[in-house]
Design a protein around this ligand. Sequence first.
Ligand code: DX5
Ligand code: ZN
Length: 220
Amino acid sequence: MKNILSPSILAADFKELGDAIKKTEENGAQYLHFDVMDGMFVPSISFGLPVLQSVRAGTKQVLDVHLMITEPIRYVKDFASAGADLITVHLEACEDVDATLEAIRAQNIKAGLSIKPGTKVEELVPYLDKIDMVLVMSVEPGFGGQKFITETLDKTRAVRKMANDAGLSLDIEMDGGIYRSNVKEVLKAGANVVVSGSDVFQGDIAQNTAAFMEILGSYE
Ligand code: DX5
Ligand code: ZN
């Protein structure tokens, strides 16, 4: 499985968003991570459909939309129409997880299911064969720039084992507090999709992205 970098634009300078995204695309980041926050499921409010439409027009990267919103089934169609290639919802935010995953699939795009640090991996079991990706949060969702919660590595190891035991070729994404300095731990634990916001968009974006891709490529 190829390792994938998914830069989180939440950490970008929004007055230079187009250039910032271009630098990640030119330096190999296959995905772009789009953190939608509603101020209900998480304390922050970030951005939504109009921004996704503009971003869609400006990049060929896979748009990896992370919905940190209450009852996401309400907006699945809209985010798919606005350009999402992959929609990840939080298990903790769905009244009916199966119905929500079906709604994503009905849009012919990939479905992801995310769990917060305090949610047990066992809760994913009923859905593993209905998704393309598990997102194991390595911070409490809601803010960029937080510290990586090391204990979440055990969860990623457990999910990778569950997937292997079930013969499922699941992508596993980790998200939050991931830097070039700790990304090897994330890959070793079995994640193959890495989200990073601060350590991509702060400083030299092109150089940061290229350095991340170097590490991901050397750890296949
Ligand atoms: C947090 C978001 C993350 C965050 C990552 O709720 O889901 O994607 O933006 O940003 P960093 O890499 O700065 O922790
Ligand atoms: Zn995210």
